[in-house]
Write a protein that binds this ligand. Structure first.
Ligand code: MLT
Length: 388
């Protein structure tokens, strides 16, 4: 059998972070250890019944059995626009400023195909969701990583980027509330970012998948589109995955500057055939009726967060108290690397976490805990880690 050579773009690519963690987890499980999964950010709670019921009804409609529309049902895009108006006060045109996605990962992955040429410079705030950099490189773009650190409150230092770099940059990727650091961005950050983007004509790619996972009603995460100028320079990626526990359903949206949305839509017409319409109909119900459910979820994650913070404190492990997301960005003990620590924790205790450096160089020295099991299991997980 021939041993076919991978294309160069894949040959030197390390395994996808969460695929590698899954593999390591299964190896440890096979040895009989009780696994507690705090790795990938995949909600453990099921999708609520009112959304499942909507899917079941929609799945029975013959008109939903054919190819869906490429950009998504107008009714789905309208539900997205209605939700943006209700949540952020942003009035989107569902015809030009919204495209449906097979999960935000799909849209983020395809975006560089629409706008990044070989050799184009792409600024990426890091530690970051690995998809930004990998898919930039797939199209020949050149990532330049902007470090997020405790000292800069996990916000890229936009003033430290010289004008020549801004001039050469095609796009800048930011993500708030941030995965993996759980940091939030203040309005002043978006204002400065938009001013730079307008001045140098740089596309802002904002991954906003975690805006609904916040813990302080008085300080809700922002959409970049609600800041003046945001709609001119930005495309914002969003997802129903975390907001309504729908990771497996693969449904999300990109919204913002009409030419950016259109460009992404053009790639998608050539790459996929849209989202099963029954899933879109269920998505409409989620967006229209899901606010009380999401509020309930926030209460659950707040309780989990508090349990973990308390347990980590007792164990002498330092971390930031997250104001948003369902991640806790914690420091690994002195004298051990992120990867070694996470591997040791997994092999000796069965607790799966994510090494900070898996999200980029500045993540070294950290590990990420996902709040994806109940409070008893979270306490048990931190106890096991503390007894190492
Ligand atoms: C994560 O764990 O960082 C994310 O959940 C991965 C994803 O959303 O694809």
């Amino acid at each position: 059998m021939p041993d076919f050579q991978l294309a160069q773009r894949l040959a030197s690519l390390p395994p996808y972070l969460f695929a590698a963690i899954d593999k390591a987890k299964e190896e440890v499980r096979a040895k009989g250890l009780d696994i507690i999964s705090l790795g990938i950010g995949d909600p453990d709670l099921p999708t609520p019944d009112f959304i499942i019921d909507a899917l079941c009804a929609a799945a029975r409609k013959p008109e939903n059995h054919q190819y869906p529309s490429y950009v998504g049902l107008l009714s789905f895009r309208q539900a997205v626009a209605d939700w943006y108006l209700r949540r952020f006060g942003v009035a989107l045109d569902p015809n030009n400023e919204v495209v449906s996605l097979i999960g935000s990962k799909e849209g983020i992955a395809h975006f560089p195909l629409a706008f990044v040429n070989p050799g184009d410079l792409v600024l990426i705030a890091t530690p970051n969701y690995p998809v930004y950099g990998v898919t930039t490189e797939f199209v020949g773009g050149v990532p330049m990583y902007l470090p997020l650190t405790d000292e800069n409150d996990f916000l890229p230092d936009l003033d430290a980027i010289d004008n020549d770099t801004w001039k050469r940059a095609k796009a800048i990727y930011v993500n708030y509330p941030n995965n993996p650091t759980a940091a939030m961005a203040p309005r002043s950050f978006y204002e400065k970012l938009i001013a730079k983007a307008l001045e140098f004509e740089v596309i802002v790619v904002h991954d906003a998948a975690y805006t609904e996972m916040y813990f302080n009603e008085a300080n809700k995460p922002l959409s970049i589109l609600e800041i003046p100028g945001g709609r001119e320079v930005a495309i914002e990626f969003h997802s129903l995955s975390k907001t309504y526990n729908m990771t497996g359903w693969r449904i999300g949206m990109a919204v913002g500057n009409a030419s950016l949305v259109k460009g992404l839509g053009k790639v998608k017409e050539n790459m996929d055939s849209g989202i099963f319409q029954a899933v879109q109909e269920a998505g409409i119900v989620a967006l229209n009726q899901g606010d009380p459910y999401t509020a309930e979820l926030r209460g659950i994650y707040r309780e989990r967060r508090d349990v973990v913070i308390e347990a980590l404190k007792k164990a002498g492990i330092s971390c930031r108290v997250p104001e948003a997301t369902f991640y806790v960005w914690s420091k690994v003990p002195q004298g051990i690397s992120s990867s070694d620590f996470v591997t040791k924790v997994l092999k000796q205790t069965g607790v799966v976490t994510t090494p900070g450096n898996g999200f980029g160089v500045p993540g070294e020295g950290y590990f990420r805990i996902s709040l994806t099991v109940n409070t008893d299991r979270l306490k048990e997980a931190v106890l096991r880690i503390s007894q190492l």
